[in-house]
Design a protein around this ligand. Sequence first.
Ligand SMILES: Cc1cc2nc3c(=O)[nH]c(=O)nc-3n(C[C@H](O)[C@H](O)[C@H](O)COP(=O)(O)OP(=O)(O)OC[C@H]3O[C@@H](n4cnc5c(N)ncnc54)[C@H](O)[C@@H]3O)c2cc1C
Length: 408
Amino acid sequence: MYYDYGIIGGGPAGYTAAMLLAKKGKSVVLFEKNQIGGTCLNRGCIPTKALLHMSEVYRQTIESSNIGLDIEVKNFDFSKTASKRDLIVEKIRKSLELAVKNSGVNIIYATAEIVDDTTILADNVNYKIGKIIFAAGSKPRELEGLECDHEFILNSDDVLKITKLPKSVLIVGSGAIGIEWARIFSNFGVSVSLIEYAEHLLPSADIEVSKRIERIFKQQKVEFYLNTTIKNIDNKTVKLSNGMVKNPEVILSAAGRVPLSSNVNNITTIGDSCGEIQLAHFAIHQAQNLVEGIDFNKQLTPAVIYGEPEIAWVGLREQDCKDDCEKITLPITALGKSWCDNCTEGFIKLITKNNCILGAHIISKEASALIHEILIAMENKVSVNDLKKVCFAHPTYSEGIFEAICRL
Ligand SMILES: Cc1cc2nc3c(=O)[nH]c(=O)nc-3n(C[C@H](O)[C@H](O)[C@H](O)COP(=O)(O)OP(=O)(O)OC[C@H]3O[C@@H](n4cnc5c(N)ncnc54)[C@H](O)[C@@H]3O)c2cc1C
């Protein structure tokens, strides 16, 4: 059996490359050992965002007395929330599978092994391949002394399998996964303690973003400890390096992900397996770059943390800036829309030099959309003066970008 291309891994990197290659008339076989859509669709981006949304609905319902609603929650069955999440994932998975198949890609649901640089073995069948692409993704990182037993110590895959909410959770790591799960649990009323080894929450963010998230968490009574690790765990009693003792019902280990590597050298690798930027949109763009040769600037890969308020950033951060940069921070309270929505927490911060935007850091409702407006300007080197010519609608969060550049 011969194919022009054999792709290992049906996540965003693999399925994007497969469909684009098929569109170009190439014969393509895609191997997936689990489910099409990969981590992103089945265990990552989509199920967590679906849960996050449902947790916000829960919290807003509980807090709705301030707009005059008198609601009594008689019962809450988290297993139904979990089923709804699974249904969303299943729907997307079905349409994705159909789209991949309709593009002419042959999907083989089996574990694939590279035999040599022109042969893939799957289900005892040898596939002869013109070119192999490795897109097998990554797996949760296990910290020493915090090995997952999948019951008390959970990783990001395990936590999506729970059908009953714990009373308390200790989350280890405050990257995107740790922050989003802290928000999900806290919205549902679970007592959350978050520990972070670094000096600030979200260590990869702009320092002002980290500090503001710390303030927001304090206001929301999400407990967190910085410069802190787990010292030891004895019979579900957790001693922290800061001397505190915790007895959580479960621990969620959210300490990043490790790339999976191929057993054969010099194989083209895309997506999380590269160990570069482990984000779905980065994986998709790598695939597009590989197949269509469309260049993209890795420095302009946006980061988004979901929940209320959203956090998004791209480009230069405060801690990377030299003295020749200009900075402007517009509080979200400056925008009428934020008052209408009762979402007044956050800011739009821009870092500029010579009339060009070099970095943007946003905490706001709709930050995930706003960041792309700035990103398009940055990618196309639209100057601050040119941006001022754009007529932003009122009342919107977008006009915050206009307000910010007018204050530069
Ligand atoms: C909880 C969580 C939340 C996340 N949220 C976001 C988010 O909001 N936004 C974002 O951009 N990113 C998010 N990510 C990261 C995102 O999921 C990954 O960056 C993305 O899935 C990487 O795509 P990929 O195709 O490289 O790998 P994957 O999606 O991991 O796909 C790899 C596929 O390869 C398959 N595979 C592995 N080995 C073999 C083999 N030998 N044979 C056959 N198949 C094999 C696997 O089963 C898997 O389906 C999140 C991740 C997690 C864990």
